[in-house]
Design a protein around this ligand. Structure first.
Ligand SMILES: NC(=O)C1=CN([C@@H]2O[C@H](COP(=O)(O)OP(=O)(O)OC[C@H]3O[C@@H](n4cnc5c(N)ncnc54)[C@H](O)[C@@H]3O)[C@@H](O)[C@H]2O)C=CC1
Ligand SMILES: O=C(O)CCC(=O)C(=O)O
Length: 450
């Protein structure tokens, strides 16, 4: 029986979040899921109620909105909007990526920054939480235009950054090209080679080995741990993924290396199915070199098919890895996955499954790994990059990857233990939220009302 106190407190916090953040549906969704998980935690740890921890946790420490003017190649001036939500510094400097997509809104950035609180806490690597970006679309823009945009964006943001303050990295639409331009402008404005102020840098100028691969690899490491709880491994399992960007491509790479049969992936134009197993070199050429669309894939692989009908989740699989964007795996996709016998769904993306889809998966007994646990390998390796920068060291790929694998193993163990402690064994959502919250809550209590 739930304590009236814990439950009514959670309801009051949520009502307040709705009132203070109107129209921010994704932020509401992310908060609702976490608050639901915190009920058993607050029942068991009434001391967390005293300093209004939860009330403080759902309010960002700082939200930055700024104008980003820039000039295109034809001389036309454009005005975009930049965002940085610095959500929590309880465990370390604000840490989280930058996203450049045309429809970006404050609510999206806020949900991403909120998720980052628990994810970053789970890594155990002393990082706080933030997220940012701009409503800018790098697609179809020349390198010179992207550079001018990044320079203008950083001209405003730089005053808020620093290795001990706020450390951005990439996310959708922000890859190594954009990080290069952003870092160049940061260095020029501050007159300091402060490598630890940005992660995801090139390996020749302060970046970490394995950061590019880390989110996708980490997701597959997490799946490996999920399977291991039942004595299984990845070999021979059929895998489908959504997306074909940074996270997806390297999830494909690691899943294939561990013997999985990866048969389908997607982009925003459709999906490709290759029963012989996806050709990763071809995917990388299309996506990383040509910045093209997946419809060209079958030209080089006649046995494969590209489709715009239905979705990648129509393809039969044992393991599904949504790695594209938020709320892309809907209830009907989950129903189809269950019907086709899926065993594990693990989120490479942030919040890609809708709440209705999650309900379908859980009711069907599918093991479900939420993004804040399953995709934490990216930010964990960013924290390892910060360590290398601080020590002026550069670790090998093998050493970095082995540390990444250990972090993912530890996160999995923490999720399993917390889920058991709070009465829902195998509930990775409860486990991730409770374990992440526990770390942040202890730090907040110790640091007083700030
Ligand atoms: N890059 C990183 O280190 C991390 C990224 N993430 C999350 O992973 C997700 C993907 O990020 P990245 O791979 O970095 O971005 P990216 O920009 O490299 O790739 C995104 C991919 O998703 C595809 N896409 C977008 N909307 C789609 C849709 N509705 N259906 C199918 N495909 C769609 C795009 O075509 C592209 O292939 C995002 O949710 C991001 O927040 C999470 C942790 C770290
Ligand atoms: O490495 C980072 O700081 C960015 C990671 C990120 O944005 C994420 O985990 O969603």
């Amino acid at each position: 029986m739930m304590s009236v106190d814990a439950s009514s407190r959670i309801e009051a916090v949520y009502a307040d979040v709705l009132r203070r953040n109107p129209g921010e549906a994704e932020f509401h969704q992310a908060v609702r899921e976490v608050l639901h998980s915190l009920e058993p935690v607050l029942r068991k740890r009434p001391e967390y109620a005293e300093p209004k921890l939860v009330e403080r946790l759902v309010e960002p420490e700082r939200q930055l909105l700024f104008r980003v003017p820039w000039t295109d190649d034809a001389g036309e001036v454009h005005v975009n909007r930049g965002f940085r939500v610095e959500f929590s510094s309880a465990l370390g400097p604000y840490k989280g990526g930058l996203r450049f997509v045309p429809q970006l809104s404050l609510g999206t950035v806020k949900f991403l920054a909120f998720e980052q609180i628990f994810k970053n806490a789970l890594t155990g690597l002393g990082i706080g939480a933030g997220k940012g970006g701009a409503d800018f679309d790098p697609k179809g823009r020349s390198d010179a235009e992207v550079m001018r945009f990044c320079q203008s964006f950083m001209t405003e943001l730089h005053r808020h950054l620093g290795e001990h303050t706020d450390v951005p990295a990439g996310d959708i639409g922000v890859g190594s090209r954009e990080i290069g331009y952003l870092f160049g402008q940061y260095k020029r404005l501050t007159n300091r080679y402060e490598a630890g102020a940005l992660t995801g840098k090139g390996t020749g100028w302060g970046g970490s080995q394995a950061r590019t691969e880390a989110t996708g690899y980490g997701t597959v490491h997490f799946v490996r741990e999920m399977l291991a709880t039942r004595g299984e491994d990845l070999a021979g399992h059929r895998v489908v993924l959504s997306g074909s960007g940074n996270v997806s491509l390297f999830a494909v790479e690691k899943a294939q290396a561990l013997g999985a049969q990866v048969v389908a992936c997607s982009d925003s134009s459709g999906y490709v199915v290759d029963e012989a197993g996806l050709d990763l070199d071809l995917l990388k050429e299309i996506k990383l070199e040509r910045r093209g669309r997946l419809d060209t894939y079958p030209e080089a692989r006649p046995g494969a098919r590209f489709s715009t009908r239905g979705s990648v989740y129509d393809v039969q699989c044992d393991i599904a890895l949504p790695c594209a964007t938020q709320n892309e795996l809907h209830e009907e996709h989950a129903v189809r996955l269950v019907k086709n016998g899926v065993k594990v769904v693990a989120e490479g993306a942030n919040m890609p499954c809708t709440p209705e889809a999650v309900d379908v998966l859980r009711e069907a007994g599918v093991r479900y790994g939420p993004g804040k646990a399953a995709n934490a390998g990216g930010v964990a390796t960013s924290a390892l990059e910060m360590r290398q920068n601080a020590a002026r060291e550069s670790w090998t790929f093998a050493e970095t990857e082995s540390r990444l694998a250990a972090v993912m193993r530890d996160i999995h163990t923490e999720c399993v233990n917390a889920a058991e402690e709070f009465g829902s064994p195998e509930d990775y959502v409860l486990g991730a939220n409770a374990a992440g919250f526990g770390r942040v809550a202890e730090a907040m209590r110790a640091q007083g009302v700030v």
